[in-house]
Design a protein around this ligand. Structure first.
Ligand code: FES
Length: 159
């Protein structure tokens, strides 16, 4: 159930795009920015207001990798496992993040909704391999030791 406040926010987003169904991707990006993912209720409401089918909006949500139907943590950590990063040992980095935060492939987000750990196939910064990003900030030449330091710093920030 959407609150009145949420409905007002969604209406503002759609007004900013003139309720134009051809701008559905931009509208969904704005919704995702607001919630950090695409909640079902918000998608249904947007579909109704934009006069498009729910199937269509879900189709868009599942087609694009950047859209998420699952809630994500405040800090989204993306560990690159593209070829350049993989050969420079990205897996121990991924494992260290998961160990430090107690998450896994099937349960990528911490219970307190602070951290999500995911993998990506190439972050476009192969020269800096192995690379990870934390909320789009690039961290080059990662090591398991750097993971420990980063996680400790983020937890401190959060405290
Ligand atoms: S393979 Fe990791 S940045 Fe390209």
């Amino acid at each position: 159930m959407l609150s009145e406040q949420e409905i007002a926010k969604l209406n503002t987003i759609m007004e900013q795009h003139a309720y134009d169904k051809t701008q559905v991707i931009a509208i969904m990006q704005a919704i995702q920015e607001e919630y950090r993912y695409l909640p079902e209720d918000a998608l249904r409401y947007a579909a109704k207001e934009l006069k498009i089918s729910e199937a269509k909006i879900y189709g868009v949500a599942t087609f694009y990798e950047n859209f998420s139907l699952q809630p994500k943590g405040k800090y989204v950590i993306k560990v690159c496992d593209g070829t350049a990063c993989h050969v420079r040992k990205s897996i121990p980095i991924l494992n260290e993040f998961r160990n430090q935060l107690g998450v896994s492939e099937s349960q990528p987000t911490t219970e307190d909704m602070m951290f999500t750990v995911e993998t990506v196939s190439c972050l476009g910064a192969c020269g800096l391999a192995p690379v990870c990003t934390i909320n789009d900030e690039v961290h080059p030449s990662m090591t398991p030791q750097k993971v420990k330091e980063l996680v400790a710093a983020l937890k401190e920030e959060k405290a």
